[in-house]
Design a binder for this molecule. Structure first.
Ligand code: ATP
Ligand code: MG
Length: 410
């Protein structure tokens, strides 16, 4: 029969990949809880409306990338990101009543219908943090600190933090108008995507990857608008505050005025962390402040800031990690005594395997040396004298000892 293949843009995470995934997951729990963040797990599918309203219907994600389906006359969507879902859960569970800041973290699969390429899948994983209830830039600084420390814990240091402020809806509106005015004469020369963005989401023009568009946006009169300090005094104070905290924390960053992020909900701070060791998909982390999202999704006015990281991109930077070997492999042709001893070891907290097919002694030893640290040999002689032979499979050292000394020996 024909075999059924995996879907384009999806990947199996195989047993041999797991050491890296455990490493990322264990460190997420460890590092984020150092800051008092608690884990939250929200459903993989949500009402389509949540993303249309939450992520924004002018974004690529909502326009082109969602896996949407109907069930019992409801429109459902596989989550393309987790911030909207976390905010929904925050509102529905009345978490605004908890004392601020409310710090949440998550990890799990996300789904986007994109063209698969290196670093870009249709099912991928994110780990992320959301901090609710704090409008001061201390929260922005702490969120960036959490991201940087997490990456450092993974051994990733060759990274750069890019920072920008998008201002508030008011100052951004003025900026959008100026930007449109200065770009308008070139409208017909822009790529179809930019032509569509021009009215719907002009900020997104700035991160177009098409060379012809980039050349137009590099023109002096357009650069003058882009590089201008358009943000209002309050937004500017917030941004300076953030920068001074980052300086005090010795976090290196650079200001990137072209950094606008793909999602509609950001205001003031946006940031990205890029790796110098990935190809064109080099962003490992994206985040920012989203003070109006909770209200837009029907909750109490609650400021918030967070980030998401792509775990496949992290995994490719981490490389391989050794799998942990089974501690003991019981080698015996007495299946009853062998299966019992292996279980005894497990109950004592020692991982143990036993050959279930009663192969020849040498075959069992061969298998043991591949998968385990110690062979625990239970031959005729050992059984008769209530002893075991323990062989260290790394050094080949071996000794016969009384059964009751076994736990100590391994
Ligand atoms: P990009 O510009 O790479 O499409 P994005 O702005 O869509 O990124 P976010 O929505 O901010 O990305 O997601 C945060 C992180 O999740 C990204 O920095 C990236 O590491 C990862 N990510 C996003 N989309 C994918 C994908 N399709 N496959 C793998 N990782 C992804
Ligand atoms: Mg994207």
């Amino acid at each position: 029969m024909a075999i059924i293949k995996i879907q384009k843009g999806t990947k199996d995470i195989l047993p041999s990949d797991m050491p890296v995934w455990y490493f990322m997951e264990d460190n997420a729990r460890k590092i984020f809880s150092e800051y008092g963040a608690k884990e939250i797990r929200t459903p993989i599918f949500e009402a389509t409306e949540l993303f249309a309203r939450g992520v924004g219907d002018t974004t690529d994600i909502v326009n082109k990338e969602m896996y949407t389906f109907e069930k019992s006359e409801r429109s459902l969507t596989l989550r393309p990101e987790n911030t909207a879902g976390v905010v929904r859960a925050f509102i529905e569970n009345g978490m605004h009543r908890l004392s601020a800041p409310i710090k949440l973290w998550y990890k799990g699969p996300m789904f986007r219908y994109e063209r698969p390429q290196a670093g870009r899948q249709r099912q991928f994983h994110q780990v992320g943090v959301e901090v609710f209830g704090i409008k001061q830039p201390t929260a922005d600084a702490e969120v960036i600190l959490m991201a940087v420390n997490y990456l450092n814990a993974l051994g990733l240091n060759d990274l750069s933090v890019e920072l920008n402020s998008l201002g508030c809806p008011k100052c951004r509106e003025e900026f959008k108008t100026k930007l449109k005015d200065v770009i308008k004469p070139y409208l017909s020369q822009l790529c179809p995507d930019c032509q569509a963005r021009f009215e719907k989401n002009p900020l997104r023009l700035l991160d177009c990857k098409v060379e012809e568009c980039k050349a137009i946006y590099a023109k002096p009169e357009i650069q003058e608008v882009i590089q201008s300090d358009f943000i209002c005094e309050e937004c500017s104070e917030h941004f300076s505050g953030l920068k001074s905290y980052l300086d005090a924390l010795k976090i290196n960053y650079s200001i990137n005025k072209l950094l606008v992020r793909g999602l509609d909900y950001y205001n003031r701070t946006v940031f990205e962390i890029k790796s110098n060791n990935l190809g064109s998909q080099n962003a490992v982390c994206g985040g920012g402040r989203y003070d109006s999202l909770v209200r837009n999704l029907g909750g109490e006015d609650t400021p918030a800031v967070g980030f998401a990281m792509g775990m496949e991109r992290l995994a490719s930077l981490i490389g391989n990690r050794d799998d942990e070997k089974t501690r003991a492999f019981v080698v015996s042709n007495n299946t009853v005594e062998g299966i019992k001893l292996a279980e005894e070891l497990r109950r004592a907290g020692i991982s143990a395997e036993f050959d279930l097919t009663n192969k020849k002694f040498v075959k069992q030893l061969e298998k043991a040396s591949k998968v385990a640290k110690f062979a625990v040999i239970l031959g005729e002689d050992e059984l008769n004298s209530n002893q075991v032979t323990v062989k260290n499979l790394d050094t080949s050292e071996q000794k016969t000892i009384p059964r009751e000394e076994l736990l100590k020996a391994i």
